[in-house]
Write a protein that binds this ligand. Structure first.
Ligand code: IMP
Length: 180
């Protein structure tokens, strides 16, 4: 894949190679395998972005687990709106269950806070977060982010499920926006 890609009005440069992303995901999976070895968690995939991370992560998971999906959106272009739209809700009975939310990125933490609240109200026993990437400088939440693949600066990125208005999810490497 080339060093630069352009989607709509923005150009992105290669930032994290796929080998580094794979190694980070394998490390997260090893921690999850250890922490959940006696449990039967539900992996809650946040569509659309976390699809790619979920597939990559599951290749390394050897625990007993099931998956479920929810769809939320908070981003418009390269900015978080701070308002979470629930597009597909929870269709799983989570009462008394351990839930591991899977995210492509934790940015402000608004999505995580929203999902946490929803799962608490639905009676989940234990809720944790595993994310492929996180922007610690942008995080405004108070909830712990339990498993983090890669910590990145507060700049917009695409690739590995992360998109710019729908584009770039299929890139194997992660690309960072070029300031215009
Ligand atoms: P939060 O609710 O602010 O934590 O944002 C989480 C969601 O915003 C993620 O699931 C992504 O959909 C989106 N997002 C945040 N930062 C980026 C980015 O750099 N690239 C692509 N999407 C992002």
């Amino acid at each position: 894949m080339s060093e630069k890609v352009t989607f709509l009005d923005k150009t992105f440069v290669k930032y994290i190679p796929s080998s580094e992303i794979d190694a980070a995901i394998a490390k997260v999976a090893a921690e999850i395998n250890e922490d959940y070895k006696n449990d039967d968690p539900i992996l809650l995939i946040t569509l659309n972005g976390a699809i790619v991370f979920a597939v990559d992560l599951m290749k390394y998971l050897d625990i007993s687990c099931r998956i479920s999906c929810v769809k939320v959106s908070s981003y418009c272009g390269t900015e978080s709106t701070g308002k979470i739209n629930s597009l597909i809700g929870l269709n799983e009975d989570v009462r008394g269950k351990r839930i591991l939310i899977l995210e492509d990125i934790v940015d402000t933490g608004a999505t995580y806070g929203h999902l946490y609240q929803m799962l608490m109200e639905a009676g989940a026993k234990d809720i944790r977060m595993a994310t492929m990437t996180m922007k610690p400088d942008a995080y405004k939440g108070t909830l712990p982010v339990h498993y983090v693949g890669l910590r990145i600066p507060n700049k917009f990125v695409v690739g590995r499920g992360l998109d710019y208005d729908g584009y770039g999810r299929n890139l194997n490497d992660i690309y960072q926006v070029v300031d215009s």
